[in-house]
Structures are given as C-alpha cells and as structure tokens.
Design a binder for this molecule. Sequence first.
Ligand SMILES: Nc1ncnc2c1ncn2[C@@H]1O[C@H](COP(=O)(O)OP(=O)(O)O)[C@@H](O)[C@H]1O
Ligand SMILES: [Mg+2]
Length: 284
Amino acid sequence: MFEVRNLSYKYPRNREMTIRGMNFDIRQGEIFGLLGPSGVGKSTTQKIMVKLLTDFEGSIYYRNRDLKIYDKDYYQEVGVGFEVPVHFSKLTAEENINFFKKLYKNQADTDTLMKRLGIFEDRKKKVSEFSKGMKIRLNFVRAMLNNPVMLFLDEPTIGLDPANARILKNLIKEYREGGGTVLLSTHLMNDVDELCDRVAFMANGKIVETDTPQSLKRKYGESSVEITYVKGDNLQKKSFEMETLSKNNEFFELVRNEKIVSMHSKETTLDDIFIKVTGVESYA
Ligand SMILES: Nc1ncnc2c1ncn2[C@@H]1O[C@H](COP(=O)(O)OP(=O)(O)O)[C@@H](O)[C@H]1O
Ligand SMILES: [Mg+2]
C-alpha cells in the first residue's frame, strides 16, 4: 500500500530535522503500528502521509504511484482520524457528519457507525455540548465517512474510557477484516498487542525496529519461570530461563524436593521492548 523511502522532514521554524530518514512499507490489509515516545514524530509522519505537510525529502509511494502525483482525489479513498478532533462546534453531530459526507462519492452508513459508538442518540446535540470522549468517537465516524481503503489513525483510543476504547478497537478490527489497511500511531502497548499485525518503533526521527509483535517478543525475549517455594518458615523465589529449562537440573531438583507455592512464566512484553529499542519508558 505504501513504500516510504528515506523520508526526512524539518518544520520550517525548527533548526533540527524531526524525521531523519525513515524507511518502511505498509502492506495491504494490515494494521501497521507506528510506535514511539511522545514527540518522536509519529503525528508528523502521519501528516506527511496524508499530504498535510508536503515539503519532505525522500519518496512515498502509495499504491505504486508517487504520493506527490495524487491530488484531492486522494482524500476520496483515505480516511483520516487525527489526534485533536476538529468539528464545527456550533453544528450538531449529525450536521457535522452530513457536511463532510457531501464531499465524498462513496458514503458510509454513518447511522450504524454512530449507533455502534453510542453517539446516535445525541446526534441532534451541538458538538459544543459533547464530552471529550464523544468528540473522539465522532472523529472516528468522520474518518470512516467515505468507506476508505486506507485509514490513518493517530492515537485513536486516547481519552476514551475502557468500554468505548473496546468498541473502537472492535471497529478497527472489523475494518481490517473487511480488507482495509490501517496506519495506527500510539504509545499504548496494550492496543498494539491487540490490534497490530506489524509494528515499527521510532527513535530520534528514525525507525529502529520493524517486525510483528510476536517476532519482536521472540527476538527481545528473556522469558523466564519464577518459582516461589517454602524454605523453613519463609517463602523463597527463584527464576529460571525458559530457553534452557529442559536441561536445568537445579530446576528439576527444586520442583522434585521443595514445596512449591506458585510458578509463573514471565514473557517479554511490548512495554519491555519499547523501553529497550527507544530508550524511553512508555506510560501505558
Ligand atoms: N507545527 C510544528 N512546528 C514545529 N515543530 C513541530 C510542529 N509540530 C510538531 N513539532 C515538533 O516535532 C516533533 C515531533 O512531534 P510529533 O510528530 O507531534 O510527535 P508524536 O506524534 O510522536 O508525539 C516534536 O519535537 C514537536 O515539538
Ligand atoms: Mg502525536
């Protein structure tokens, strides 16, 4: 779907480059996660890819054609859900939807979407009366207005309660099941585990690691088994590496001879990987 090569970008007012040579591909039908700490350039990358920022270096190919060739028709087929929802606050939710819907040839069933997201009942209310979470849900309906083939989502679940975040994540998964492709940026590793087919971690304006979450966990994995057992009047803990467990006599001796209280396997999480590859603590 996308081929991004040596992408670099500097905001006109800044001295330093924000994006410094990014390379990645997005395959059709996948949810591709763009991950990294705040301020690393995730939103900037998305803005470049939706042609809001045009003065970039390097090349971006969308469906095998240079992105620069596309004109306004590009927006007929991509959906954009950005961080800060911008709606007409004096209009009702429904008026907002209808206003934007008119711009598109291919129009989604927005009533059903609003119902799924729990804002249909409030569609006649002015957006200025909407809560933050309602605005975010309305923003997602806006992104889906034109039945896009490619969906850009920038931190889509931030500001939603867990129940609404779940509904939104289900809609994103359904969108992929229907053949859609998604670029999702986030710093919430739980969302990534649940949604992303492949991920790219950003650090210092570059991509430092790309793979499936499963492969990354294997690559960075230091899985272990932690055993708690009774020793005299006390509880003792001991950790064993999972990899070498079958050859570890100390482990077998312990299991055979001691009174075991608990055994827990500890697997590497995306949070651990996030910290390792970006050098920054994620705040999931
Ligand atoms: N309009 C702008 N003008 C100048 N600098 C900007 C602008 N927008 C973002 N930046 C800077 O670019 C960097 C990356 O920002 P951003 O892409 O929003 O990161 P992220 O989405 O990963 O949190 C930050 O240092 C930010 O301050
Ligand atoms: Mg951002």
